[in-house]
Design a protein around this ligand. Structure first.
Ligand SMILES: Cc1ncc(COP(=O)(O)O)c(C=O)c1O
Length: 357
């Protein structure tokens, strides 16, 4: 679920929009890739034309960028559209779908909306690291599951699952589709799991243009898998689900390497900066270690506090975060998720936390 908008918070608390730290939606603080912006503006002159129903120019560029062939790629209006299509295509009414809890809520929201059963594998929340417990996850896989989700880096913890552990999950779920969601992989310093698709016909890797490319409002994502998986999804997706502007923006963004590098550098620098700030300045809050993403979990160490109260107090101070109790099933009352953003915004977050009564 997206976090609150700057305008909403500015208006509600009488604050200036420029002073608000928007740390609840893991967007790109630099804005959109300028190459994508220019390509979208140019493509406006073609919007009287239907796009290719498979977004062919983008599939072509994806195949050039990541290998495989065009028929191995599916494009969608964000990863979330692809997630909804694959839940409908690969699981029937009443079928169980496995996911860690906490996880990206769209997995269980779509599953439940479509009459499928979200089987949440609950993680203990009293651990120093909030990384996915792969042993427990592998043990939870059953022959009845039709889909098994993994997110890497994970959300909300931002933690990383090693390739050897991913393989254990994919192999234990060889009877069904494994969805490896790599929405935040650029921030991990690892090339990610697209290379595994060659070995595993039951794997689909998902990526988005919403994060490192700064195109959350354009709505664009893709999946890469064996063509048998892609054919099933092509038959199930809405026909012209990706428009001319998305295709043009996506093709240009894939080539905007400088923008990606600048964003990743800034986020990685600010991620260690904010960890140090928490250690130096805050006693009642812990920055949970191990994030390789552009967000991290804040644990409330003071048992007189709860996440909803802290979330509200931060809002009043112009800092938007995600309340773990509301945004992530199974996370409980002791965590918030905050984005990594410019250093100045990290200062603002830490100052606001330090200011809480
Ligand atoms: C783990 C994860 N996957 C997918 C998405 C959604 O991506 P998109 O904007 O492409 O629908 C998000 C968005 O926050 C996310 O956190």
């Amino acid at each position: 679920m997206p976090g609150l908008s700057v305008d909403e918070v500015a208006c509600r608390y009488g604050l200036s929009a420029a002073d608000i730290a928007k740390l609840g939606s893991a967007e790109n603080p630099y804005g959109p890739s300028s190459a994508a912006q220019a390509a979208v503006a140019e493509a406006i002159s073609r919007v009287q034309l239907y796009p290719s129903w498979t977004a062919e120019p983008l599939r072509e560029r994806l195949a050039e960028t990541y290998g495989y062939e065009q028929r191995n790629y599916l494009c969608g209006a964000g990863e979330t559209e692809i997630i909804s299509v694959l839940i409908r295509a690969f699981a029937g009414q009443g079928d169980p779908i496995l996911m860690p809890a906490p996880c990206f809520p769209m997995y269980h929201l779509f599953a439940e909306a479509e009459g499928r059963v979200a089987d949440l594998c609950y993680e203990a929340t009293d651990r120093p690291s909030m990384a996915v417990d792969v042993d427990a996850y592998v043990a939870a896989i059953r022959p009845e599951h039709k889909i098994v989700f993994i997110t890497n880096p994970h959300s909300p913890s931002g933690t990383w699952t090693a390739e050897s552990d991913l393989r254990r999950v994919i192999e234990a779920a060889s009877h069904c589709l494994v969805v490896l969601d790599e929405a935040y992989v650029h921030y991990s310093g690892d090339p990610g799991g697209i290379g595994l698709v060659e070995e595993y016909p039951n794997l689909i890797v998902l990526r988005t243009f919403s994060k490192v490319y700064g195109l959350a409002g354009l709505r664009l994502g893709f999946g890469v898998a064996h063509s048998g998986v892609i054919d099933v999804l092509l038959a199930a997706k809405p026909t012209w689900n990706v428009g001319q502007l998305q295709i043009a923006g996506g093709v240009a963004a894939l080539g905007d390497h400088d923008f990606v590098a600048k964003t990743v550098d800034t986020i990685c620098d600010a991620r260690s900066y904010v960890q140090d700030l928490f250690d130096a300045k805050l006693d009642r809050f812990r920055c949970v270690e191990g994030s390789r993403s552009n967000f991290f979990l804040i644990e409330l160490l003071d048992h007189d506090l709860n996440s909803t109260g802290v979330w509200q107090s931060l809002l009043e101070r112009g800092v938007i975060t995600k309340d773990g109790a509301v945004s992530f099933r199974g996370l409980g009352q002791r965590f918030l998720r905050a984005d990594v953003n410019f250093r100045q915004r990290m200062d603002q977050l830490v100052a606001a936390l330090g200011d809480l009564p």
